[in-house]
Design a protein around this ligand. Sequence first.
Ligand code: SD4
Length: 316
Amino acid sequence: MLRRKFIFNISLPLVGLYFSKFFKFNIMKSNSVVISTWGHGYSANQKAWSVIKKGGNSIDAVEQGVNVSENDPKVSSVGYGGLPDREGKVTLDACIMNHQGDCGSVSFLQNIKNPISVARKVMEKTPHVMLSGKGALDFALKEGFKPENLLTEKSKKKWEEWLKTSKYETIINIENHDTIGLLAIDKKNNISGACTTSGLAWKMHGRVGDSPIIGAGLYIDNKVGGACATGVGEAVMKMLGSFLIVELMRQGATPQKACEIAVKRIVEKQDYKNIQVGFLALDKKGNHGAYSIQKGFNYALCKDTENKLIDSDFLV
Ligand code: SD4
């Protein structure tokens, strides 16, 4: 009798502990989120989310997510089908950063459809952060990437049309500024980010924008969160927008407030009338922010299994 009572007394708390753990596990809310720039981010999010849903890492999610835009010839600002420079050459910039603070980047890369995957190889297989131009191409070929012509018939026609006037101007929110920046938090609560682009259409041959520059086009700090940028890269490179946003969040700003401060920093110092810049930010709790200079910036947000396109708030 006494023995039975003893077993009952010690087993009851153990059973309680077991169930409380089980219950806690079930109610523990995952901070998993995927967020990316512009309308084509929707399909990229879907891919990234499918990786995260299966328990995959955020670095795989961001790479495979933006690969979708890189591979899509209808997206005329990223990878295959990207609009060329003034000489009719498609030149690509990309960078990637993981939760451990490792990063890789390629700039002025030609003939390789998936610059983000080359950037990841730079991160994982070289002692460097950034490879550029012919060196980046040689490295990609050595790693088994296939060379291909990235100029589609449609992009070629647009370039030939542009050549008739050869007028260079940045046009707000049209497809010459649709870089994809994508940030993701996985089930282990680790954040990674990727940013990939063919850059501004009709740029000078050799021009590199903000997208492959760590701190400008993208920045991740697993203690704080991440940020990415789209729009006229020159404006972002002058103030390292993504780094600034992460540092503002570190000091306590919400992701939204941090994006707003970054946009204000641009307009205080630069002529912003004819340029668009948009920022996205994510903190480690899964809260997001988005803000742009002008109307027209949108983004895709995937959270709790819902993926939706949202119009960003803007300054002017
Ligand atoms: C660049 N930031 O090369 C890129 C272009 C871009 O949305 O973002 N387009 O300057």
